[in-house]
Structures are given as structure tokens and as C-alpha cells.
Design a protein around this ligand. Structure first.
Ligand code: CA
Length: 246
């Protein structure tokens, strides 16, 4: 990764901790890694900061003045603007930190004090990497070429689909879905990719929408929709158009 890319991706990390030594130590190491770092020493100010600046990740201590870290976590998760920010919880060994509770409240990771700074930085890096992968736009091929596979022919420009010489009437979404699957035949497309490309992040749409439309699509193109030969379900991931081997 070159310097320019790093600059573009400079991430803001909010440290919520009232122990100054820890804040200093963490800030030093995270800044050295190229992150922007901000800190707040109490829960209420941390919430205000998070809503205003939308940090990319929050390191959240449990023991805080005014409002404890678990309450901060709960409020971050229930606010739409901060609901998805990754949270790493810090907890002292002598605190009765219920890890399950922390994770139930929506924390993504946790570390017990005293922690190794190297380990903490590594975990933050990993969390941000996951975030980036998630945020990357789907890379799926699109083409205006006529596609013909296994007896299905798709004409992108005419918006037509012919299955074994029979014209099939598809809705716009079904057509886009089939087009993407055929253009990427043999590759698994995740539900998120399909959602991104076909629904373009329309509101009120979730990944189950993809399943529903695949079901409709199968009813229109598969000889036996219960035993699909064209669109394969890849359990827990998404869908794949089986390559025509004939
Ligand atoms: Ca503390």
C-alpha cells in the first residue's frame, strides 16, 4: 500500500478511558500506526463525540465516570448513527466483566487489562480490515455481451431471456440478478454483493430479499425449481451460476 492510499484511508479511533497513562500509551502506538486518535475521559462526552465525529472504531473502557462503558456501548448501538461502529471493550481483571454481556450489548471484541499494546493494536488493525472488506463495493463483472450457458440465453440490450427456445418474462430485478450470476458463472456471489448491485442499497431491503428473488427466478428458469440445475445455493454465502460444462 503506498502512502497516498494510506492517507485516503486514515481512520479515526476514539479511545474512551479516564486513565491518562493508558490513553497516552494507546494514542502513541496507534498514531505510530497511522491512525488519527481522539480520546474522551467520560461516557457522556464519548457519546457526544461519537455522534458528531463518527469514529471508525471505539476503544471503550468499562470503568468510567458519569456513565460506565457498558451503558455507553448500549447507547452507541441503539443510536442509528453509531449503531455499526466497531467497539473493543477494555476491562480490568478485577472487574466483574461479563464478556457475554459485553458481546450481547454489541461489542465486537474485548481485552482484559493489563493488556499487551501490540496485541491491542493488532486486534484494532484486524477489526478495521474486516470493516474495509465489508465496505468495499462488490466487484462483479457486468457485460453487454449476449450470454449463453446451459440452454439459457440472455440478451442484455434487449432485456430478454430465452430458456431452451422459450421466451421467459422476468421482472427487472430478476433480470439483473440472472445477468450478474451468468456474467460471473462459476463464481460465488455473496448476498451482499447481489444486494449492492441489484438493489443498489435501497432502503428497507435486506439479504433475505435476495433469497426471495432467487426463488422467483428459479421458478421461471429452472426445469425443477426444487432441484436447481442453474442457480446453486452456496450455504451461508450466496449463489452461484453453475458453469455449463457441455
Ligand atoms: Ca477507566
Amino acid at each position: 500500500m503506498n502512502t497516498n492510499q494510506e492517507k485516503l484511508k486514515q481512520r479515526l479511533i476514539l479511545i474512551v478511558e479516564d486513565e491518562e497513562d493508558i490513553v497516552k500509551l494507546l494514542s502513541f502506538h496507534l498514531e505510530k500506526e497511522g491512525y488519527l486518535v481522539a480520546s474522551r475521559g467520560n461516557g457522556r462526552e464519548a457519546l457526544e463525540f461519537a455522534q458528531e465525529k463518527k469514529p471508525d472504531l471505539i476503544v471503550l473502557d468499562i470503568m468510567l465516570p458519569e456513565m460506565d462503558g457498558l451503558e455507553v456501548c448500549r447507547r452507541l448501538r441503539s443510536n442509528q448513527q453509531t449503531a455499526s461502529v466497531p467497539i473493543l471493550i477494555l476491562s480490568a481483571r478485577n472487574e466483574e466483566f461479563d464478556k457475554v454481556l459485553g458481546l450481547e450489548l454489541g461489542a465486537d471484541d474485548y481485552m482484559i487489562k493489563p493488556f499487551s499494546v501490540r496485541e491491542l493494536v493488532a486486534r484494532i488493525r484486524a477489526m478495521l480490515r474486516r470493516l474495509e472488506q465489508h465496505q468495499q463495493p462488490a466487484k462483479v463483472m457486468e457485460t453487454e455481451e449476449i450470454l449463453s450457458l446451459g440452454g439459457i440465453t440472455l440478451y442484455p440490450e434487449q432485456h430478454r431471456v430465452v430458456v431452451r427456445d422459450e421466451e421467459r418474462v422476468l421482472t427487472h430485478k430478476e433480470f439483473l440478478l440472472l445477468h450478474l450470476l451468468m456474467a460471473n458463472a462459476g463464481k460465488v456471489l455473496t448476498r451482499e454483493m447481489l444486494l449492492d448491485k441489484v438493489w443498489n442499497y435501497e432502503v428497507e431491503v435486506d439479504t433475505r430479499t435476495v433469497d426471495v428473488h432467487v426463488r422467483y427466478l428459479r421458478q421461471k428458469i429452472e426445469p425443477d425449481p426444487a432441484n436447481p440445475i442453474f442457480i446453486e445455493t452456496v450455504r451461508g454465502v450466496g449463489y452461484k451460476f453453475k458453469v455449463d460444462r457441455g
